[in-house]
Design a protein around this ligand. Sequence first.
Ligand code: GUN
Ligand code: ZN
Length: 648
Amino acid sequence: MGDFELLERDGLARVGRLSTPRGPLETPALLPVVHPDPRRQPIPPREIRQRFGLNALITSSYITYRSPELKERALAAGIHALIDFDGPVMTDSGAFQQHAYGHVEVGPTEILEFQNRIGSDIATVLDVFVEPSADHQEAEAGVRLTSERARAARKSREGLLAVPVQGGPYADLRAESAIAASAVGDVLAVGGVVPLLEQYRFAELADVIAAARPHLSPAGVVHLFGTGHPMTFAFAALFGIDLYDSSAYHKFARRNRLLLPDGTVALDQVRENWCRCALCDETPLTKVATLPDPEREVALARHNLLVSAEEMARVRQSIRDGTLWELAERRSTGHPALLAGLRTLKDHRTIFRSTEPESRRTYRETGLDSFRRPAADRWRERLDRAFPSSDLSPPTLRRVPLEPSYLARIPPSDDTGAPIPWHCPTPFGSTPIELIETYPVGPALAEAEFATGPGLGRRGTQVFDDVARAMGREYPWDRDWVPEWTRRQVVALLRFRYGNEVASEIPMAAWLGERSRRTGRLRWIRAGDRVLFQIGNDGIPRPTFAGAEWLAGVLPCDRERVVVDADAASFVGEGRSLFARFVRSADPTLVPGCTALLVDPDGALLAVGRLLLAPHEMRVMRRGIAARVTAHRHAPATVIEEGGSDEL
Ligand code: GUN
Ligand code: ZN
């Protein structure tokens, strides 16, 4: 397996780094398809790198091989010199020509050898292009032959190897092909989907990727052959596509079309100069429309490539921000077929489960479908476990009390001292009010506040009306219930995060919840002057070293732990990041973004750390960080609060 390092993530998308002989390649990356013959390439590859900031590209070793002139030059000077590009170059093998022309005139060994000789940075196995219309038998034969060739190719290639994943529309074959590719490939390239992309059959594409994706090694870089239209980037990125190869910028230009992140526009229809991208600013669109043929095509190709490069950068940014679902939902309004694709993707959302992060900074609703994200499933699952619906018996508040001061007014228990299970309706289902600040409910409601406009006061009053009605008697307006609510919230948060067994061990008399003076939100859980848990803006409690020591005492021996190799234990105990290759085992219920107990092989607590990887990824990733230490035994008080503790 090649050297891929994951740096940030959202959905199944990864901002990461692939090391290549010609420098690192940052993912997700757009690899423009470049014609190996400079005379047939509208934008010089050198310009693609310098002006468009695209550091890698893909070209066809097959076309190069088939042209005596190109072949000779490539063999003499290398593929980089031939196309005049000094960044990473991926070469394709000829399977696309099999799709386009029905045959390939080269053998798998010959074309791989050729790619080796011309200095390709990522060489592709000659696969069998399985059409979406293939029957199962034909598709199976294509998959088997592709896998056989891939195993042979691995033996004769030292550098990075791209192995296509075929299988047509058959989930069983896509899975088989994904497993076989993962065994030998550095780049795992989902293929045979060009017809689906060209015909906007995005729902079928979603079925195909969903069948393959869970079986692709997390250490591999995932490529999707033929994703060129920028409106598909966010959608494909959600599925964990790391590399995109695009000839769309040129193909659409040839057909006189402008690509945009939310669709396509025919140049003939353009009457206004609405694009002011750096290139259209030089030559306004209405002027482009009047240019003679080669120039017009080149101007359009430039616009198209710039828009595509920008969209890819936007995708990377939104992975870093944790807003990729929002971006994909917004893009899906660009075309009904894309909306159907995203809906189908959501039907497959269990494939997101193991890598779904614990929280994000925001949860923005963009449409009716916004509450069908994996975060909503995770929420319901955890809530059902910690608070069975029987615990959510009436009384209900009709509206969510968004002001923290509401707690001062709502009595937590009845006359006999029995707790009243107050809960409220939210887009994620009925929620105990102790948890309404917790992700995803809290961030979603904070956004919803804008949607419903001001008037918190009015809503607050409604809440109190509810309370008065539910109490069925004179409402005790004059009493401050906050200290009792604080205790209840401490228990509820730990119960939500760690389960009932842990929550029942809390020594309530010795512990104290502390609220932010500015916002009234619960921020710290203390024992005397020691902070045990910090509660971030996502409303999730995260342990300090002292908190982790307490957890270690009350949790069953594997839970919440990541076991660190003896070799790395002293480093981690001093606060260095835990690298994936030093992970011995991990509690499979941990998820990216959560804070885990990092222990040595004997179970001694070394540190607490925020996970970047899911447990099943830690074992297979050879590179990169598995967890960033937030507090350790030599500096137990050090607490790094990600996502901002705004009022410290
Ligand atoms: N280009 C577009 N689709 C494919 C495919 O399935 N395999 C290969 N090798 N190249 C492609
Ligand atoms: Zn433009």
